[in-house]
Every structure is written in C-alpha cells, then in structure tokens.
Design a protein around this ligand. Structure first.
Ligand code: GAF
Length: 390
C-alpha cells in the first residue's frame, strides 16, 4: 500500500492536513453481551484502516475508497443513508458530528478524504467500526471538536444504527478507539467503566482462522437476536420487577420464567436469554483466570462460549463449528471459538507457538477437503487504538 498521505496528494493535489490510523479488533470473550449490558474483553489489532483528510469550503464531501477504486461526492448537508455500503460508515459519523457541532455554528463546510486499509471485510474484525472511528477521530482533530474517545465511540455506534441499519453494541467502536498495545480491555457495557489487562501469553499466540464465509445474514439476524433478548428480559421482569438489566438475572430465573413454559414463551427466547446470562457470568470468571495467569481455565471458557453461541444463540455456521471442533482435542490449543457477530468470519484461537505452523497446515488441509475453500490464517498482535499518523 502506498502511504495514505501520498495517495491523498495524488488524488487531490494538495497535502492533507492530517492522517489517522484506526484498528480492527478481536474479542477474547463476551460475545453478544455488549448490547445486553454485559461485559466484553476486546483488543485492537494490527489490521487497520487509514484515512487522510483536508478541509473544503464549498459544502461538499469528496470521498475516495482507494481499495475499491471508487470516488463519491456528496453535499455535506441533508445526509441520508446511501446505496453504497462503505459510504454509510463515513457519512453516518459525519451526520453525528454535524448534529453535535453545526447547530452552534457552521464549522464544517466540507472536506476531502482518502481511505484505505487491510482489514478483511466480512471477517468479523470490525472493518466498519474502524472506518467510523478513523473518520470521527480525523474530524475531531481537524476541527478541534474536543470529543472524548468515549463520546466518539458512542457517536460511531449511533451512526451504525442510523446509517448502516445494524443495532450493534458499543464494543467494536470502543475497542478500536481505546486499544492499547499488548492489553485487552475489560469493558462494563452498563456503566461504560473499563480496565486494561496485559495479555501475557508467553509460549502461546492468538491466531484467527478465517472461514471465508461472508456473514450475509449477519445484520438481519443480529437485529433479531437483539429483539429476542429484549422480549425475554421483559418476560423475566414481569415476574421479577427488581431485574433492571440482564446482569441482574440468574440462571434459575431464566429457567423459572422462560424454561418451564417454553410453549408459551418460545424456545428461542429461552435459549437466547440462557446464553446471555451464562456468558455474562463466564466473562467475569474469565477475567479472574486472566489475572491469576490461568490461561488453561480461560481457554476452556472460550470453548464454552462457542458452544453457547452455536447451540443456544444460534449465530454460528457449520464452517465455524468445524474449525472449533477440529482443534478442541488438541493439547496445544488452549481455547477457540467463533468471534464477532457470527454467521461466518473468523474463529479466535490461542495456540502454542511451536505448533502453530503444523496446526494451521493440517487444519487448512482438512478445511479445504471438507468445504473446498482455502482457510486464511491471521496471526494477530495487539496494538494501539485509533491515533494520528506522524
Ligand atoms: C458485532 C457488533 F457490532 C458488536 O457490537 C457485538 O455485539 C458483536 O457483534 C458480538 O459480540 O461485532
């Protein structure tokens, strides 16, 4: 990739005011818990989006997606969801920023922007959140908006809801913006308090295996899961009014309200809520394993999460199940599970360094034989969150 500043210069014939790098994310544990007021444990990674930006004064936004070879020009005012998906991640956050700033004065009068990156799209690594975070961070710097990282994450989340139509939680934007090198972030998705934990894997590494299945179902099924959880929560609250959020519920209450009368309440709602309650508990225990340095116990919980996502939450797919099942009995694989929204994308694995090549090769061969698809392997390092490029 040619440096983003040079790309900008080539396209717009002037030097950009600034450039920003914004990473994708992994999540060690805590899946589909962010929008259910649970906990998550993500980290920013060495796959990223870069943008370079410069001001305009004619009321237009000129957007260049370098990897796609596409340029779109739009007036900055009256922005609405666009037919081209990548444009929505960009103008979605511009819309949020204008709502917050341009009511006071007409501060932002247009800009030029170039985007490129190396986050595979549809792999569950949050390329869309990385675009949103890169753009909002760049606007914040360019116009000195004084937004905090948390404000930017919340605005990017709202952009995804309103322009991309996915009612996502906060995890992806939060992780992209707040990442720190070699640290995972424990985020309480109810209070938004967070803490960093060093990830010391010693002889082990984090590796992603990409099914190459693009999660086409993801946005519609994602929104359905969210709705099912809300319905389940309401049913539980009818019997237990003290319950405010999922975290207040224990497994007995799920059985009592939803498990005992599935014909009436719906088996799916029962399964979704059971998974969420168990996962919220599991993440808290996993963080204790992490601080105690007990990665074996941590890894077992990753496998348990996969089981729940596959059987109860039903967001896995045969290819993801195959990849997790294939490494489950391997003594050199501490933990593995599907990661992100689901229906395709990657599994996240913690694997002994000395065995990595062999395991990857054998798994790729088995995957090719079964699904006639190549398995793409990404060794991952944990990196700093969204920042200005020097
Ligand atoms: C997607 C969403 F964007 C996140 O908010 C989160 O819910 C995740 O799926 C599942 O944990 O990445």
């Amino acid at each position: 990739m040619l440096a983003i500043r040079s790309q900008f210069l080539n396209h717009f014939n002037y030097v950009p005011s600034l450039a920003v790098k914004s990473p994708g994310r992994i999540n060690l544990i805590g899946e589909h818990t962010d929008y259910n007021h649970g906990f998550v444990l993500p980290a920013a990674i060495d796959k990223y989006i870069e943008v370079a930006i410069g001001k305009r004064t004619d009321g237009a936004i000129h957007m260049v997606a370098l990897d796609l070879g596409q340029t779109i020009i739009l007036p900055i005012h009256h922005l609405a969801p666009h037919a081209t998906p990548w444009v929505n991640y960009l103008i979605g956050v511009v819309h949020q920023v204008l709502e917050k700033t341009n009511t006071k004065d007409d501060l932002i009068k247009g800009f030029d922007i170039c985007i490129q990156g190396n986050i595979p799209s549809g792999a569950g690594l949050s390329s869309s959140a990385a675009v949103e975070c890169a753009v909002i961070f760049a606007l914040n710097e360019l116009y000195q908006l004084q937004l905090t990282k948390m404000e930017m994450a919340l605005m990017a989340q709202k952009a995804e809801h309103e322009f991309a139509g996915v009612k996502c939680g906060l995890m992806d934007m939060f992780a992209s913006l707040h990442g720190q090198k070699n640290k995972v972030i424990f985020l309480d998705c109810a209070s938004l308090a967070y803490a960093y934990y060093p990830l010391e894997l010693k002889d082990y590494s984090i590796v992603l295996f990409d099914t190459q299945i693009k999660h086409a179902l993801a946005s519609s099924e994602y929104n359905t899961r969210r709705l099912e959880c809300e319905q389940g929560l309401k049913m539980i609250q009818e019997k237990y009014p003290a319950v405010k959020i999922f975290r207040d519920i224990n497994t007995e209450q799920v059985e009592d309200c939803l498990g005992s009368n599935k014909a009436l309440t719906g088996v799916k709602i029962y399964q979704r809520c059971k998974y969420v309650v168990e996962e919220i508990e599991r993440v808290q225990l996993a963080v204790k394993d992490l601080t105690a340095g007990d990665m074996q116990a941590f890894g077992k919980k990753m496998f348990a999460t996969h089981e729940g996502l596959s059987k109860l939450y039903e967001v896995s797919c045969p290819e993801l199940d195959f990849l997790v099942e294939a490494v489950k009995q391997n003594e050199h694989v501490i933990g593995a599970r599907m990661m992100g929204g689901g229906f395709g994308g990657c599994t996240i694995n913690i694997i002994k360094n000395s065995e990595l090549d062999l395991i990857s090769k054998e798994l790729a061969a088995a995957y090719l034989k079964k699904y006639q698809k190549p398995l793409v392997v990404y060794p991952i390092s944990i990196e700093e969150g969204t920042h200005l490029l020097a």
